[in-house]
Each structure stands twice: as C-alpha cells, then as structure tokens.
Design a protein around this ligand. Structure first.
Ligand code: ATP
Length: 237
C-alpha cells in the first residue's frame, strides 16, 4: 500500500515553545493511522500543523503534492478534512444546514442532497435531528455531525482529533463502529488522535506513540497493542 500522507521532520512551535521536534510518520492510502500519547504530547498540534493552522517546518506530502507551504483552504480543497476536538459545528444552524455548509469548499456541480442522504445513512440519528439547531444536539450527536460534515467534502484524508472526547462509552463505541464503516465504504484514509488508545488501536492498522513532541515508537496496531510498555502506560492491563 502506498502512502497518502508522508511527513518528514515536522516541527511546530507556539512562540518560543517548540512542541514538535521533527517527527516522521505516514498514513497509508485507505488506511487508518493512530497517533497516541499523553496529554500535552503534541497530538493536536500535529493535526493543526498538517492542515496549515499553525506555522510549521518540514516536508508534508499529501497525495503526491507538497503541502507544507499551502494555506488551510488549499489543503482542504485537495481533500483533507479536519475534525477538531470540540467538534466545531455551527451551533445556531440546524443539522442539515451544517451539512450543506460542509459541501461548500468542494468542486461545484455535485449533487449535495445525495451526499447529505449518504451522510444520514451513516448517521441515522442525524436525519431524525435534521431541523434541530446543532447547539442543542447531545455531545455524541454533535461529534457525529462534525464527522458527517467532514464527509460532505468527500475527503481523501480525515484528521480526527479525539472523537471520543467527553462522551459516554456506549456512544463512543457507536461512533467508532461508524468510523470503521466510513473507512470501508467511503474509502477515506484517516489519521486519528486519541487518548483512548484501546479503541484507536482497534480501528487503526498502524500507530505511532508521541512523547513530548517526538515519536518514540511505531508499528502495526497489533504489535503496538501487545507491547508491554504501551499496555502498562496507555491500555491499563
Ligand atoms: P491533549 O490530548 O491534552 O490535547 P496533545 O497531545 O494534543 O494533548 P497539544 O494540544 O498538541 O497536545 O499541546 C502540546 C503542547 O503545546 C502543550 O504543552 C500545550 O500546552 C502547548 N500548546 C498547545 N496549544 C498552544 C497555544 N495555542 N499556545 C501555546 N502553547 C500551546
């Protein structure tokens, strides 16, 4: 499998604070890569650096194109969808209006309504809530809406930041099951940042462990899951 995303020597700083100290990683085409690590390790910063939301150094190749000098809008247009922690839906708009907006930056002429219907197939509860203001949806529904809205871009790569954040285990399970369906049926590659390492390692085929801005371990998801130090520090068994 070739890589859809290849990152070499990625550095990022906030002012004088260097957060990423030259990291290398990749996401295979059609695959799911997990980025695991403790609070403050630099996972969110990595996603923000990839989509041009903060200044970065290094080489980022997406689908054959070098993107490290591109702005966020251009990167989105190439097919990278970022689903930030905290979800970032438009709270005063309805579910369906959020989905319509999600289609704005993609090529014209596609049938938006058929893509909305496809999003509702992945997330039937959103169809029931189509006319409800996003701000009044439950936390789980808002997370689903954020993912559904990203799907409206027909992304080649989804950057998911802590989709489990603040949600009850049952809802988290449901969201991860849907993400597995999305990956299979929509064929999107994914880079997922998660504190819930056990869940992320179920979905992912490959994982990297990041500690204070450096990659300290990488491997296929199965070998990472079976690593003793990962089990002790991140999996709790
Ligand atoms: P978490 O799971 O807690 O979100 P993380 O691995 O995603 O952790 P980051 O959010 O990438 O970590 O943060 C990495 C470091 O950068 C932390 O020390 C954090 O305090 C710092 N940091 C993050 N955002 C900013 C910012 N806007 N300004 C200054 N420092 C920041």
């Amino acid at each position: 499998m070739s890589a859809i995303l290849e990152v070499r020597g990625l550095e990022a700083s906030y002012g004088a604070l260097q957060v990423l100290r030259g990291i290398d990683f990749e996401v295979k085409k059609g695959g799911v890569t997990a980025l695991l690590g403790a609070n403050g390790a630099g996972k969110t910063t990595t996603l923000r650096a990839l989509c041009g939301m903060i200044r970065r150094k290094g080489e980022i190749t997406f689908d054959g194109a070098r993107i490290e000098r591109m702005n966020t809008e251009s990167i989105v247009r190439l097919g990278v969808a970022h689903i930030p922690e905290g979800r970032g839906t438009f709270t005063s708009l309805t579910t369906e209006e959020n989905l319509q907006l999600g289609a704005m930056t993609r090529p014209q002429g596609r049938d938006i309504q058929s893509d909305i219907d496809r999003a509702y197939e992945f997330f039937p509860v959103l169809k029931e809530r189509r006319n409800q203001q996003a701000g009044t949806l439950s936390g789980g529904e808002q997370q689903m809406l954020a993912i559904a809205r990203a799907l409206m871009l027909r992304p080649k790569l989804m950057l998911l930041d802590e989709p489990s954040f603040g949600l009850a285990p049952l809802i988290v399970r449901q969201i991860f099951d849907i993400l597995a369906d999305v990956q299979k049926e929509a064929g999107a590659s994914m880079l997922i940042v998660e504190q819930n390492a056990a869940l992320a390692l179920e979905l992912a085929d490959h994982a990297y462990l990041i500690e204070t801005g450096a990659i300290v371990m990488s491997g296929d998801a199965k070998s990472i899951r079976e690593d003793d130090s990962v089990r002790a520090s991140y999996l709790g068994y």
